[in-house]
Design a protein around this ligand. Structure first.
Ligand code: PLP
Length: 232
């Protein structure tokens, strides 16, 4: 059935939020974890204004966006009430715009970007929390630092560029069991003293919570399928 009535579409999205939150609580209980130790990041890329309104109506305040420009269109007008997390690849020439808007950059994956972010933070006087993205599957087409280079990049980002590195993030290969990738990411976080683990998406956030995720990034399970023409 195609939902065309906006009130029906809003109710469906609010229902999805309640359902995903319930699943998160259940996964925390099953893992013996406090439900407040996991934050739901609603991935709002490609969503309509109505869908964003529905998410706000559901009480959501933490959003993930893949693109700087789109994030401005979605959220710049009501910036204050929200926590905005950049979860897509960042080009150095967009670092200043990203630092002006976001609270957290989850996709630091190279030294040049660390330098650009440090520069942008100095210029704006803003201090953002930063996660290092790890390409746990070493996939050639995917962003992220290789697992064997993660410790060195984390150390550089902190010690050379003075960034507030708080955690690590990964996107496991689509065609593999994600659990070994989640465990690898936790291991990298643990040995570097980083508490924040951003891992798990619509298909696997419950497994990610079992493996220690502190932030799950969920899009389609909340909003429905994305428009394939503009999906990233
Ligand atoms: C799109 C996206 C998500 C959300 O994916 P779903 O499968 O729709 O939940 C999570 N993380 C990143 C980095 C993404 O690009």
């Amino acid at each position: 059935m195609r939902v065309t009535d906006p009130a029906v579409a809003t109710a469906a999205i609010v229902g999805n939020f309640n359902e995903v939150r319930q699943h998160i609580r259940a996964a925390c209980e099953a893992a013996g974890r406090d439900p407040s130790s996991v934050t739901l990041t609603a991935v709002s890329k490609t969503q309509s204004a109505e869908a964003l309104e529905a998410a706000l109506a559901a009480g959501q305040t933490v959003f993930g966006e893949n693109r700087v420009q789109e994030a401005y269109q979605h959220w710049a007008h009501q910036r204050e009430e929200l926590e905005l997390r950049l979860i897509g690849p960042l080009q150095t020439n967009k670092a200043l715009d990203a630092v002006k808007l976001f609270d957290v950059i989850e996709t630091l994956d190279r030294e040049k970007l660390a330098a650009a972010l440090a520069d942008a933070m100095a210029k704006t006087g803003r201090t953002l929390s930063v996660l290092v993205q790890v390409n746990t599957g070493a996939e050639p087409q995917k962003a992220g630092v290789l697992p064997e280079d993660a410790d060195a990049l984390i150390a550089k980002a902190r010690d050379v560029y003075g960034l507030a590195v708080s955690g690590v993030m990964c996107i496991p290969p689509a065609d593999q069991d994600p659990a070994p990738h989640f465990r690898m990411l936790k291991n990298i976080g643990d040995r570097n003293g980083l508490a924040v683990l951003s891992m798990g998406m619509s298909g696997d956030y419950r497994e990610a919570i079992a493996c220690g995720a502190t932030h799950v990034r969920v899009g389609s399970a909340l909003f429905g399928a994305r428009n394939p023409l503009i999906s990233t």
